[in-house]
Structure formats: structure tokens, C-alpha cells
Design a protein around this ligand. Structure first.
Ligand SMILES: Cc1cc2nc3c(=O)[nH]c(=O)nc-3n(C[C@H](O)[C@H](O)[C@H](O)COP(=O)(O)OP(=O)(O)OC[C@H]3O[C@@H](n4cnc5c(N)ncnc54)[C@H](O)[C@@H]3O)c2cc1C
Length: 266
């Protein structure tokens, strides 16, 4: 059994966010972190590894420096890493990103008992689309918003955290599960893991390695293969000064209700 964990390196949104002239993110000039939901996905995979001894592979699509993040995940407990990287993949929207990651997983092999874990959503793109799209493209079941995961052979039982309650869903492997932060508390890298992480394999898959995969086509990857393109990126305007409503009676409440209604808050 092998577990793939899709992990995205994201800009540390507490730091500087830089945008290129063509509207794409200038990832090279920003401090980066591991996407928080993906750390929870990795922790869940490592807990299953602790119980079953399965192999855990961290998979990322990104620029070459993302290899450093893969090594961090190996120091946490992953067995190996896969870096999907190539000029041809740059500028991909969620459709193209999921197309390329699905092609890479197909290329590496997805067996009957395997599971793919993703985070629910990345803190930069914020779409929560990539996980479900990978499942669609690999034609496997998907369960989103995992708040608890239990394994029973090839059966996976997932408690989904919904806005107004819980839902428990069972799925057969192979399947894809997207994880939320509330699922667990990710473990730290170990000292031994840090010492050994540079001896573990990191496979680099570029366009040349994946070009014969049926999902890879110049028309479905990269900027040219993306059905959507960012037209404009900008920082939202700062909020103006607050307004103080005088009085404590019905008049003041009516004034407040009118203001909220005018802004479509209520
Ligand atoms: C309309 C639009 C146009 C865009 N155009 C561009 C562009 O031109 N250039 C550009 O750089 N970006 C672009 N992006 C951003 C790019 O699409 C996203 O970074 C990427 O598709 C991932 O989407 P997301 O961040 O919303 O991830 P989500 O769907 O929120 O991520 C969910 C989960 O999927 C997995 N995942 C997501 N991305 C990766 C990855 N790269 N590697 C491994 N796992 C991953 C992770 O497990 C993650 O937690 C665009 C986004 C949109 C919405």
C-alpha cells in the first residue's frame, strides 16, 4: 500500500506577496511555507504508516526549490518525494494543475489499496478545487473535508466536517481524501529525520518524463492549457474609518439595520 500526499509550497501570507506584470504570482521572491492543510494530510498519512508500515510519498508541483520542502516532509517521516517541475507546467490554473498531478500519479502507479491525501485548500490560490479534480481525472472516489479517517482493509471511513454538522462516508480504495486542519496536530521533524532526509530519494518528473501520459497534452497544461487566466491582481482597498451611531433607542437600531441592509449584510 502506498499513500501519496499532495503538498503545495505556498507564500507565507504573513510576509510580502509579489505579483508579476502578467498577473501571475512571483513565487521566487516570496518566503514560503508548507500549506497548512497539507501538513495535516501528511500527518494523517504518517499515522496510517505507523499502523500499517505503508509507504508515504510526498508529491508537489512547483519550481526546483520546492525540493527543500520535500526534504522537510521526509524529515517528518515520509519515505520519498516527487517534484513535478518544468517550464511547460508554469502558469497552470486548477484544471491544468490537477491534470499534471494526476498524470504524475498515474505515471508512478496507483494500485488497488492506495490512497491520495490532499489538503482541503491552499492558502494562496484558495480554490479547494485541485483535490477533487485529481480524483475526477484518475476516475477514483473522493471524500472531502476529512475531520477523522479510519482504515478497515480497503474500506476507508471518513468523518466529514461540514459547516453545520458531521457526515460519515465510507469509500473503497483507491480513493482521494482532502483534509482539514482540525483533523490532527502535525508532528515535528525528528533530529534523525533531518540527518537522514538527504539520503532519501526525491524523483524529479519534468515534461519529458510525463509527455507520453494520456493526460499530458500541450493544450491541457501550463498557461496555454488553462481555461482560466488571471486578468488582474490587486490589493483590496483599506477599510475607511468607522461610523459611530449615536443613541441607544429604536432610532439607532433602525439606522444600523438600514446600513447593514444597504450593504447586503442582512
Ligand atoms: C483563475 C485562476 C488562474 C490562475 N492562473 C495562474 C497562473 O497563471 N499562474 C500561477 O502561478 N498560478 C495561477 N493560478 C493559481 C494556480 O491555479 C493554483 O496555484 C493551483 O492551481 C492550485 O490551486 P489552489 O492554490 O487553489 O489549490 P487548492 O485547490 O486550494 O489546493 C487543494 C489541495 O490540492 C493540492 N495541491 C494544490 N496545488 C498543488 C501543487 N502545486 N502541488 C501539489 N499539490 C497541490 C494540495 O494538497 C492542496 O491542499 C490561477 C488560479 C486561478 C483560480
Amino acid at each position: 500500500m502506498r499513500i501519496y500526499v499532495c503538498v503545495k509550497q505556498v507564500p507565507d501570507t504573513s510576509g510580502k506577496v509579489a505579483v508579476n506584470e502578467n498577473g501571475t504570482l512571483n513565487r521566487a521572491s516570496m518566503e514560503t511555507i508548507v500549506n497548512p492543510d497539507d501538513l495535516s494530510a501528511m500527518e494523517q498519512a504518517l499515522e496510517i504508516k505507523d499502523q500499517t508500515g505503508c509507504r508515504v510519498t510526498a508529491v508537489t508541483m512547483g519550481p526546483p526549490p520546492a525540493e527543500g520542502m520535500l526534504r522537510e516532509l521526509i524529515a517528518m517521516g515520509a519515505d520519498d518525494g516527487v517534484l513535478i517541475s518544468g517550464r511547460e507546467f508554469g502558469g497552470s490554473d486548477t484544471y491544468a494543475t490537477s491534470q499534471i498531478i494526476a498524470a504524475a500519479i498515474r505515471h508512478l502507479g496507483l494500485e488497488e489499496e492506495d490512497i491520495i491525501f490532499c489538503g482541503r485548500q491552499a492558502i494562496d490560490g484558495d480554490t479547494a478545487q485541485v483535490g477533487p479534480q485529481i480524483a475526477e481525472k484518475l476516475d477514483i472516489s473522493q471524500v472531502t473535508y476529512a475531520g477523522k479517517v479510519e482504515m478497515d482493509g480497503k474500506l476507508v471511513r471518513v468523518m466529514r466536517l461540514m459547516e453545520d454538522g458531521y457526515m460519515t462516508v465510507e469509500a473503497q480504495t483507491p480513493c482521494l481524501i482532502t483534509c482539514v486542519k482540525e483533523l490532527n496536530r502535525p508532528r515535528y521533524m525528528t533530529v534523525r529525520g533531518i540527518l537522514e532526509c538527504y539520503d532519501k530519494p526525491v524523483t524529479v518528473l519534468d515534461y519529458e518524463a510525463l509527455k507520453d501520459e494520456p493526460l499530458i497534452d500541450p493544450g491541457t497544461i501550463g498557461l496555454a492549457g488553462s481555461p482560466t487566466n488571471i486578468f488582474k491582481s490587486f490589493t483590496p482597498p483599506q477599510k475607511g474609518a468607522g461610523v459611530m451611531l449615536e443613541g441607544a433607542g429604536r432610532e439607532a437600531v433602525r439606522g444600523l439595520v438600514e446600513r447593514l441592509a444597504a450593504r447586503h449584510v442582512i
